[in-house]
Write a protein that binds this ligand. Structure first.
Ligand SMILES: [Mg+2]
Ligand SMILES: [Zn+2]
Length: 219
């Protein structure tokens, strides 16, 4: 199993917008409640209050929405791509029930464990780079929530250097863990750390301001 799984929204017109900023969002602890031992079944997907509303607000500001998530239960053999599809279809449906504008443009998933030494697992920025390429650079993808494996670009990060310049100055990353902040930092994104029990709604006001530089972070 090499590369990251990519799923892009079939539920609305998938449109490449080269000039748009991207909001990269971690999944568990940001959009939905995380669970010790992973979110393994669709019925365990429980939205955090307000996450749909904040996604809709970001879309209203012109953001593309890209979920980037580490899901090692796949490499552990607990479940496979069919389950991933079911989990993300469920998450998208729940979001749309709460707010009809809460579309996700792409879900990117690293299926590996730390010890697999893959290129994609956060804090590698590789899934953010891939999301940037898929949503803003390459020819149109065939929209589908069916997980398709994509090779990720080899990450080139100087963790001791200064924070890179992102492709778009408003690009941002929201996460509940240091690995999320690391991936966002290495991509150059504005960083917004949230508590895992509150999630995206915690930074609702901040995300509405293009002048918020994001959290300080030193890898
Ligand atoms: Mg998380
Ligand atoms: Zn990986």
């Amino acid at each position: 199993m090499d590369g990251a799984f990519v799923q892009t929204a079939p539920l609305h017109a998938f449109q490449k917008r080269t000039e748009s900023p991207v909001a990269f969002l971690d999944r568990d602890g940001v959009l939905n409640l995380g669970k010790a031992g992973y979110v393994n079944h669709p019925e365990e997907v429980q939205l955090l209050d307000g996450s749909a509303e904040v996604i809709a607000a970001l879309r209203g500001q012109g953001y593309l929405i890209c979920v980037v998530t580490n899901q090692s239960p796949m490499a552990r053999g607990l479940w496979g791509p069919e389950r991933l599809e079911l989990l993300h279809t469920t998450l998208q449906e729940l979001l749309l029930e709460q707010d009809p504008e809460a579309h996700i443009d792409a879900f990117l998933t690293c299926p590996h464990r730390y010890e697999d030494r893959c290129n994609c697992r956060k804090p590698s920025p590789a899934m953010l780079v891939l999301g940037h390429q898929l949503l803003r650079c390459q020819e149109a993808l065939n929209p589908s929530l069916k997980p398709q494996l994509h090779a990720v670009p080899p990450p080139s990060v100087n963790w001791w250097g200064s924070k890179p310049i992102p492709p778009h100055p408003l690009d941002l990353m929201v996460g509940d863990r240091t690995s999320d902040m690391g991936a966002g930092w290495a991509f150059g994104a504005r960083l917004f750390r949230v508590a895992r029990t509150i999630g995206l709604a915690q930074v609702k006001e901040r995300l509405s301001s293009p002048n918020d530089p994001g959290d300080d972070f030193q890898p």
